[in-house]
Each structure stands twice: as C-alpha cells, then as structure tokens.
Write a protein that binds this ligand. Structure first.
Ligand code: SF4
Length: 712
C-alpha cells in the first residue's frame, strides 16, 4: 500500500500489542485502516509480526461501544445464564452528562461516606503514558488513596521488586537489539517467538552469526530450533537450576573477581548459600544433567558478553522475586553487566507496561518509582499536586479483589472501582473469586472499547478510544518513549480516554485544566515530564514530534538517551549490586493423586491477553478461532483424546472444556492453555497464591486433572 494513491493517508504510530514497540504506519482510506506497514523504528527496522500487521481491524468491529451505557435496575451481576449477544440487553443508552454524573457521583458518595480506602482503580498498560499518569493522579488526589494498580501486577511485578532491590531500577539494562553484540544469550521462562516475535527475529539473526542461545523453559518452544542448548527443566525447578548455575560460576573459580569486589555487595553470603546447590545435587530436581548445567554456566561466565532475557515463566510464581534475584546474581558474579551485549532484560509484555509503571500506576510508587511511604517523595508530590496525599501503599490487583469480598465492617473494604481498559474478569487468577469480587461492588465504572466480561458487571460503561484514534506516548521494553499519532476519527459518541478521565476528575471536585488538542495530551505529558524529571527531563513533546523515539534516562534536550545503563554503577544507595540469596520455595499447589497434571497458562502468537482486541481482528481469529489445550502426544494417547478432540480440564477452582492439540514440546504431565478465550477461560483454573514481595499470582503453575470429552 505504500505509495498507493488509493490510500487517503499514512499515519505514523506504534504497534498496540507487545512491549517490543515496533513502529508502524496506518494506511487509511475512507477513515478505515486498510493495512499496516512496519516503519524503520529502532526496535523493528521495518519488521512486524502477524499481530502488528493484521491485528488492526478490531477498531472497526461492529461490537465497538459508541454510546455510554447505564445498567438497568434489578439485573443480577452474574456472567452465567446470558450469551454475550444478550449482554447489551441489561443496559440502556445514556447521554455523556448523565453517565458521567452517575459514574462520578457514585464514586464521590462512597469516598465521602465510606472513606477514601473504599475506592480503587485499575488503569491499563494498553493506554498511553499520559492516560496512566492522569489515572493514577485521579486515584491519589481524587479518590484519596493509593489503591491503584494495573496488569504489571500479573506480569513482571516480582521482577521489578527484585530489580529495585538489587540494582535500584526496575527497567532493563540493555535493549533487545543488543543480542547482536552478545556471545551468549540466556532466554529463560519466555517464548519470544510467540510473545515478542520481532525480538525473537533479532535473537535468531544473532544465532545465525554465531551467538549461542541457551533456551531454558519447561516447554520446548520454537526458539529451541536456533538454540545452542535447550534446558527443558522441570516446571517449578527454576531456583534450583539458577542456584546450580551460580554455584558452578563461583565454585569453579569463574566469578569476575574485580567486578565482584568493586561493584557488588553480599557476595560472601551468596557464595556460602549456593555451596549446597551443586549441579550434581540439583540435577534430579531440575531434570537437567549436571554436566549440561556446568557447561552452560562456564559458557555464560567466560563469554565476552552474555545477556539474560526473561519472561513470565520466571515472574509468575510464588517465588518469582527469588527467580529474578538469582538472575541478577548470575549476571553480577559473572561480570556480565554494564557493557554492550550483556545485562538484564525482563521482556515486558504489554506495549506500555513499562510506561504505565514508570508513570505511577502502581500502589506503592508515585511516578518514577518514588515510594509513597518515603517522606521526601511524599512531600514533593504533595507540593507538586497541591493536595494532601495518603502516605501508605495501596492494595494490589489480587488484594483488591479480596477486599471487595471483605466483611461489611472491614474499614478497608473496597466498595467502588473505576477500571480503564483492563479486563480482570478474564485476566485475574481464580476467576470465579475475582468475578464475585467485581459483582459485589456497590459501584463499578468501566471504560473500554467493548462490552468485555468486566464491563458487563459494571453500573456505568463509558465508550473509550482505540489506540489508532488517539495521540500519545508509550514506552517499550527497551525504555524507549515513542509517539503514536491519531489516525482515525472516533466512532459514534465514543470519546478520548484522556477527556473522560478529566471529566470524572472535575465531577469529583478536582480543578484540572489541560488545554490543547487531543484533550490536552501535550500539556499532560509536560506535567508528567516534570514529575519524572530524573529520567525523561530531556524528552520534550516537541522532541518526540521530531524524533519519534527517545530512550531514557535522558536528562537534557541534547542528551541522545542511554540504551545501556549500569556502566560504572547502579542506582542503589552505595552504587553496588546487592546479591540476595534465594532458597527453593515450592509452588503453592503441587500435583497430587486427585489433580495429577501441572497447568501452565500463557499467550499464543495470534491472540493477545484476554482476546478483547485480537479475537475481534478477522485474520487473527481466523488463524486461531478456538480455545486449545496443548499436551504431549503420549499424554493424549493415555487419555484417549485425539488431537482436536474435546478435553475437560478441572482444578480445585473451576473447569473448562477445550480442543486438544498435540505439542510434544509440552512436557509429560503438563498442559498449556492460553488465557485469551472467554468460552474456556484458563483463569477459572488458576491459583491466586501470591509472591510475598511482588504480590504477583502464581498463574504459571497449579494442579489440574484432565478427562476426555465435555460439553461441545
Ligand atoms: Fe507488535 Fe510486538 Fe509484533 Fe512488534 S513484535 S508487531 S510490537 S506484537
């Protein structure tokens, strides 16, 4: 379509799916996107995956919300019993004034009668930085508490907890593209070919030029075809494997002693701790031969440059923070950080989960990771926003659902929520519990593109704007702030999200004035830049208009940005990397005679998270139209289920029926289910046990039983 005269315009933006942050241009004709092209962005150099190229037509879907909706009185809030096409019948259309008055009025009434802690808000990693910033500001200054969170809690919260503790920063040390400078890369708990596909292409290119890939994961996934070694370790044995790698580096005398002496703290304690974790002792636990563990550890420690990239296979465990602590220790004792082709890279999931976290959409941090219970940070933000602020951390995603079901006399019971662009009725663990929590709320306001499972439980539904319909910034996994531009008009009576947040704020008594085009997005960005001056002071709105992408830290307009950090020191109090030993903490729910299989949940290439966008994108839904459960062929045979036959999966919390798919990369005794399909929602099965540090739920591991057949 490039240069096609039949296209009315090409508009530059950023892919709305994963954290790789591919730059794109929308090809628009008659106010409809007809194609998407990859641009020469720093993260993609023209490349796109199937989601970026074909996952755009959700914005034109017939199910888009185009009018505010108000729930009819007396309709019970239960997802069962009604088909999705009947969901609209329980709402009536309303004017914006009526809907906004009702939405804000309900929140204000609860705040004033039950107290600020009776309210909570979920923002979205699918929105812009400006929306995330304003949303958390509304909760903190309008609701009056820090009960604000988003899907980072279910994504990399444990990684961030370990990174803040170990290196003083929650973001990556080196960009994905740096794999081209690595002699070895360790990819662990991640399936980039499906979840970060363009990042995977850089890894494969590096492998073709001689970089050794070590792929460590309970599932053998597509990247293993390019790997030097594939460590298909037993699910839940990650700390055992990582401690055995650290043991080998230290006890074979391969640690970088200069780096350890000058740049780390607590080395002696770590060395003593891992003494018991020899590869020979850990091999039976991990299912990996001791000599292979030693071989990989030696190659990692002696490589000219070695880098670790990890995903949610590491983070979504009750020991997720311990996993990330081990990765930090492995990198630090090997001296593999602070130079090209080395370092730590948690592959961020959503397109703006990095930016939403940076902007303060988390319950314990103001923007730029300033702790809400730090007296200096608290005083600074009280001055900056001109209002008293709650000095105590708020509740996290799963805790908020528990608090929604708390007894009536609990002074911290959550009674009202504002949810922008998240779908916890699909994405939270133990969905029956989470849905009961949402249904129990006295007042729920949901702002979204579609009548999602969460929106259906709302009292007021506000029709939101899709990414191609707005201008704003997002921050990718490489810490790159990138500008997306508005390509389409809004459908019907839908409104810009930034406008809706401001309208609610005003009705709750806040005197906000953000003037300018697109609901004052540039003015909001400039305020956010002041609040986050320590990282993005040099990235002005005007600069983004010119350069499209700028990496932080960037402290002045002439600073090109710093793709590689921690070169001389890390931003901890003493500048040293803190090494934190980790013990083996088993999964909360192990298989037993009643529930003998392990369930692993995740994403698949064609569908994104809860499917609200990709299942409304025709090409993607045509490729993967049905919910599937992937199992080893031997397990399928034992169960008597043919590939594509029906299979029922049941845990102590719920049951789903899906189509079986043979995948011999899934280990025996394990089933993998993507969580994008409402008709067989994987999170009905998952466990909401939390990592104590990151408060992330263990959605990567629980016990299930399988049986052939089920309702068609
Ligand atoms: Fe979009 Fe990620 Fe695919 Fe790039 S790799 S096109 S950012 S989904």
């Amino acid at each position: 379509f490039i240069g096609d005269r039949s296209v009315d315009r090409e508009v530059d933006s950023v892919c709305p799916y994963c954290g790789v942050g591919c730059l794109i241009s929308y090809q628009v004709k008659d106010d409809r996107i007809v194609a998407v092209q990859g641009r020469d962005g720093p993260a993609n150099r023209g490349r796109l995956c199937v989601k970026g190229r074909f996952g755009f037509d959700y914005v034109h879907h017939r199910q888009r919300l185009t009018r505010p909706l108000i729930r009819k009185p007396g309709v019970p809030k239960a997802l069962s019993g009604l088909k999705p096409e009947q969901w609209f019948e329980v709402f009536r259309e309303a004017s914006w004034d009526e809907a906004l008055d009702l939405a804000a009025g309900g929140l204000k009434r609860l705040r004033d009668t039950k107290g600020p802690k009776s309210l909570a808000g979920f923002g979205s990693a699918k929105g812009s930085n400006e929306e995330a910033y304003l949303f958390q500001k509304l909760v903190r200054t309008g609701f009056g508490s820090n009960n604000v969170d988003h899907c980072t809690r279910l994504c990399h919260a444990s990684s961030v907890a370990a990174l803040l503790e170990g290196v003083g920063s929650g973001a990556v040390s080196n960009p994905v593209n740096d794999v081209q400078h690595a002699e070895l890369i360790l990819v662990i708990g991640a399936n980039p070919s499906s979840n970060h596909p363009v990042a995977a292409t850089w890894m494969k290119n590096a492998a073709a030029r001689g970089t050794k890939i070590v792929l460590a994961d309970p599932r053998r996934t597509e990247l293993s075809r390019h790997a030097w070694r594939t460590l298909q370790f037993k699910a839940d044995a990650d700390v055992a494997l990582l401690n055995a790698l650290i043991h080998t580096v230290i006890h074979e005398g391969l640690a970088d002693q200069d780096f350890v002496r000058e740049r780390t703290a607590n080395y002696e304690a770590l060395a003593a701790h891992v003494a018991d974790y020899s590869p020979e002792r850990m091999a039976p636990l991990c299912g990996i031969p001791a000599e292979t563990i030693r071989e990989v550890a030696r190659a990692f420690a002696t490589a000219r440059a070695a880098m670790v990239l990890w995903g949610m296979g590491i983070s979504q465990h009750v020991h997720g923070t311990d996993n990330a602590r081990c990765l930090i220790s492995l990198v630090a004792v090997s001296g593999q950080i602070g130079k090209p082709g080395s370092g730590l890279h948690p592959l961020r999931g959503q397109n703006n989960v990095q930016g939403a976290s940076d902007a303060g959409l988390i319950p314990m941090m103001f923007p730029n990771y300033q702790r809400v219970d730090n007296a200096d940070a608290h005083a600074w933000f009280e001055r900056f926003w001109g209002t008293p602020l709650d000095p105590t951390p708020g509740y996290t995603v799963v805790e908020i659902m528990h608090k929604a079901l708390a007894p009536d006399d609990d002074s911290h019971k959550i009674r009202g929520m504002y949810i922008l662009g998240e779908n916890p009725a699909m994405s939270d663990p133990d969905l029956n519990h989470a849905r009961a929590g949402l249904a129990a709320l006295e007042h729920l306001v949901v702002q979204d593109l579609f009548l999602t499972e969460t929106a259906w439980l709302a009292d007021v539904v506000l029709p939101a704007s899709g990414w191609p319909e707005k201008t704003g910034t997002v921050t990718n996994t490489d810490r790159m702030v990138q500008l997306g531009r508005r390509a389409l008009p809004l459908p019907g009576d839908a409104r810009l999200d930034l406008w809706i947040v401001q309208q609610l704020a005003r009705r709750m008594g806040l005197d906000w004035r953000y003037e300018g085009d697109d609901a004052g997005v540039a003015a909001v960005y400039e305020e956010m830049r002041q609040a986050m001056h320590a990282s993005i002071a040099g990235i002005s709105w005007e600069r983004l208009q010119r350069e499209h992408s700028v990496t932080y830290p960037c402290l002045s307009e002439d600073d090109p940005g710093q793709p590689i950090v921690f070169i001389d020191r890390v931003p901890t109090a003493d500048g040293r990397i803190r090494l934190v030993p980790a013990d083996i903490v088993p999964a909360d729910e192990r298989p037993d005679d009643d529930y003998p299989f392990v369930l692993i949940t995740g994403r698949q290439l064609e569908h994104w998270h809860t499917g609200s966008m990709t299942r409304r994108a025709d090409v993607l839904d045509a490729i993967e139209p049905l919910p599937v459960a992937s199992l080893h062929g031997i397990d399928l045979q034992r169960l008597g289920v043919a590939p594509d036959g029906l299979l029922t999966v049941e845990s102590r919390r719920g049951r789903v029926t899906l189509h079986a798919r043979r995948d011999d990369g899934t280990p025996l005794g394990t089933v993998f289910i993507p969580f994008a399909f409402a008709e067989a929602a994987a999170n009905l099965l998952t466990n909401d046990a939390l990592d104590p540090f990151g408060k992330i739920a263990e959605v990567k591991y629980c016990a299930v039983r399988l049986s052939p057949g089920g309702p068609a």
